[in-house]
Design a protein around this ligand. Structure first.
Ligand code: G1P
Length: 288
């Protein structure tokens, strides 16, 4: 079955980015000239997604505004003759069929996924965590979809981390199935380094079979008193095989200031309008 639906959980507090995120959702922080969440939606579209479900929470309505038409702004741009910008803001609203649902209870990632059950229905779907940005070609999810088609099971993105960083990620126990493909044997959310089953961390892209919803319904509260997607997947593993895809390329943890700064420099250098000037500026800065 082709995968056409994407879920983007965007309900978190963004505590790692305070004070910037006190009043502004972290998904709206800019990277060069676009908010983070726009990169994620564009990646989903480039991976073949047609319907995008964004799960938000209170105080995040500006995300919805960003993807809606803004007729007042459009007419101002029209009058000023700013046609390139006009095209750009209209393009955002036409990117995909996006719908928004609100996460009623702040019970974590597993709960956010569970909230999309009715909208996703009985079909496999993709999940994109907006904190994690990837610079891969083709887009990471597109590569993972090939693994899904070949192995016919859920697929999660994997990345090797330093031992002291296991406490920030879901960590898997796995055996190699093919080049960069691992068959998952077990997984645990944010283990201490001495308890981590490996150095393979789960990153924020998942292809999930619909059975994950039933598994999440039976998942007790885990780390941080939240329903953890990792725990739901560990339950699903008892019924179905799950695979991991070790990505090749660059990963940015854009949910924290240093990660966003690194991504800003990398993308800024390649930016079609600003790239050349920015490169000159950085050269000068490092010379002085
Ligand atoms: C979430 C998941 C975790 C995963 C991480 C990837 O954690 O719960 O398993 O490794 O995303 O970024 P969060 O970063 O939301 O705390």
């Amino acid at each position: 079955m082709e995968i056409r639906k994407a879920v983007i959980p965007a309900g978190g507090w963004g505590t790692r980015f305070l004070p910037a995120t006190k009043a502004l959702p972290k998904e709206m922080l800019p990277l060069a000239d676009k908010p983070l969440i726009q990169y994620i939606v564009e990646e989903a579209v480039a991976s073949g997604m047609e319907q995008i479900i964004i799960v938000t929470s209170s105080g995040k309505s500006v995300i919805e505004d960003h993807f809606n038409r803004n007729f007042e702004l459009e007419s101002v741009l029209q009058q000023k003759g700013e046609l390139e910008l006009l095209g750009e803001v209209q393009r955002i609203a036409a990117l995909a069929n996006i719908c928004f649902i609100s996460q009623q209870e702040p019970l974590g990632l597993g709960q956010a996924i569970l909230a999309t059950r009715e909208l996703v229905g009985d079909e496999p779907f993709a999940v994109f965590l907006p904190d994690d940005l990837f610079d891969t070609e083709p887009p990471l999810t597109k590569q993972m979809l090939e693994v899904y088609r070949r192995y016919k099971g859920s697929v999660i993105a994997l990345w090797r981390v330093a031992k002291e960083d296991t406490k920030r990620y879901g960590i898997v126990k796995a055996e190699q199935a093919a080049e960069r493909v691992h068959r998952i044997l077990d997984m645990v959310e944010k283990p201490a380094p001495e308890e981590a089953p490996s150095d393979l961390a789960i990153l924020g892209r998942y292809i999930l079979t619909p059975e994950i919803f039933e598994a999440l319904r039976g998942t007790p509260l885990g780390k941080g008193g939240e329903i953890q997607l990792t725990d739901g997947l560990a339950l699903l593993l008892k019924q179905q095989a799950i695979y991991g895809y070790e990505l090749e390329g660059t990963y940015y943890d854009a949910g924290k200031p240093l990660g966003l700064l690194k991504a800003s420099v990398a993308l800024g250098l390649r930016h079609p309008r600003m790239g050349a000037d920015f490169r000159e500026y950085l050269k000068k800065l490092t010379r002085d």
